[in-house]
Design a protein around this ligand. Structure first.
Ligand code: ZN
Length: 185
């Protein structure tokens, strides 16, 4: 559960910590605004991936299903700064497919938490295997991390990509190749 009162108290302390005056008129409502934003930004903790993937349809088609360019925004758990980019998901159905909007919602369940990109990639693949039970799945995430772009030597947008696969998409490298060809289209 998001505890708005705690977030507001922490935000006030944080503002003091960086040398600001939380009572300055422009900042007065900032803690409350942060708490409200956190409900959305960290709303993934309160969502159930199983429920999102429970609405499935029968399908005769057992070919690779690919969805790409699913946008996401997440917060890195090391700095609590945003990282964001796109997710591409492929899966080979085992007689069941999921509504297309559900994959984007599944991404949000795990993106809207304190995260690292590597785990986000794994968790999406795991959830698909556990609740949709396809013959295999593959998840590719490309992202920019503001904790890198804004700080230190790595200024400028650097793209980080992470990949996770399961089942037939782990076993069959030709199928993986088809996935990469399809997302390159
Ligand atoms: Zn970071």
């Amino acid at each position: 559960m998001i505890d708005s009162e705690k977030i507001e108290r922490a935000a006030r302390l944080f503002l003091e910590g960086i040398g600001e005056n939380p009572e300055r008129p422009a900042l007065k409502e900032t803690p409350e605004r942060i708490a409200r934003a956190c409900k959305e930004i960290f709303g993934g903790y309160e969502q159930d991936p199983k429920k999102i993937l429970s609405k499935v349809f029968d399908s005769e088609n057992s070919e690779l299903v690919v969805q790409k360019d699913i946008p996401f925004y997440s917060m890195c758990e090391h700095h609590l700064l945003p990282f964001f980019g796109t997710v591409a998901i492929g899966y080979v159905p085992d007689k069941k497919v999921v509504g297309l909007s559900k994959l984007a919602r599944l991404v949000n369940v795990y993106a809207r938490r304190a995260q690292i990109q590597e785990n986000l990639t794994e968790q999406i693949a795991e959830a698909l295997m556990a609740f949709l039970k396809p013959r295999g799945t593959i998840v590719l995430i490309k992202a920019e991390h503001l904790c890198m772009s804004m700080r230190g030597v790595n200024r400028g947008a650097v793209e980080t990509s992470t990949l996770s696969h399961r089942g037939i998409l782990s076993e069959d490298s030709d199928l993986r190749k088809i996935f990469f060809e399809r997302i390159a289209l």
